[in-house]
Design a protein around this ligand. Structure first.
Ligand code: ADP
Ligand code: MG
Length: 211
């Protein structure tokens, strides 16, 4: 049995993560792979409770450090309870957001110093790392327009100022520049079909490398 691997989709809200993940899941299932879809914050029963606390728009008073540690707590649980066991069973794990989001939002946008982010993140990851982060890159204003047209209310992080969301976007691009071996950036302003085709190219390359 091949060892499993983990692909993370990340980027601005409304960039098309959920949409493309569904397409990737179909593609991989049609090829006979065992796939696990999961997300952060969330992914486990405990993680989903933490997600509700993090994203609750009625509690804007949450301190940045509380937020960072809640993300870390949820990630530690997610890796131990769900991700590592799935990979051990040979599954391809597809995760909607992961630790790159912590760097983008909590460091680049919130301004928490990098050392603190790395400390909490390293505690949560305990040496674990996903195979690749696929960043769907989109102007956050365009993303917000898409989110509005999805007809759902905004969560606590989506409800931040445009400047915050732009810093987070640039944070993803900086991480991708600094660690090109861990990141792929896709132009998410393209059509859904074109985005999916770009993503499938990346996944196919990963599959070839592992076969
Ligand atoms: N490439 C695209 N072009 C135009 N609209 C898109 C594209 N990808 C997704 N959408 C639409 O934008 C909205 C947000 O997409 P979604 O996949 O939910 O984004 P995310 O999960 O990144 O927040 C949805 O209504 C979706 O149908
Ligand atoms: Mg989504």
């Amino acid at each position: 049995m091949n060892k499993g691997f983990m692909v993370v989709f990340d980027g601005s809200n409304g960039a098309g993560k959920t949409t493309v993940i569904k397409g990737v899941e179909q593609y991989l299932l049609s090829k006979g792979f065992d796939v696990l879809l999961t997300r952060e914050p969330g992914g486990t029963p405990i993680g989903e409770k933490i997600r509700d606390v993090i994203l609750d728009p009625t509690t804007p008073e949450m301190s940045f450090m509380t937020e960072l540690m809640l993300f870390g707590a949820g990630r530690a649980q997610h890796i131990q309870e769900k991700i590592v066991p799935a990979l051990a069973q040979g599954k391809i794990v597809i995760c909607d957001r992961f630790d790159a989001a912590t760097f983008s939002f909590q460091h680049y946008a919130r301004g928490i110093d990098l050392d603190t982010i790395i400390k909490i993140n390293d505690l949560a990851l305990a040496g674990f790392s996903p195979e690749i982060n696929i960043i769907l890159d989109l102007d956050p204003n365009e993303g917000l327009k898409r989110v509005h047209s999805r007809g759902e209310g905004l969560d606590r992080l989506e409800d931040e100022k445009a400047e915050f969301l732009i810093k987070a976007r640039n944070g993803y691009l900086k991480q991708a520049q600094q660690s090109p071996e861990k990141f792929e950036v896709i132009d998410a302003a393209q059509s859904k079909q074109a985005v999916l085709a770009d993503v499938i190219n990346i996944i196919d390359t990963l599959l070839v490398k592992r076969s």
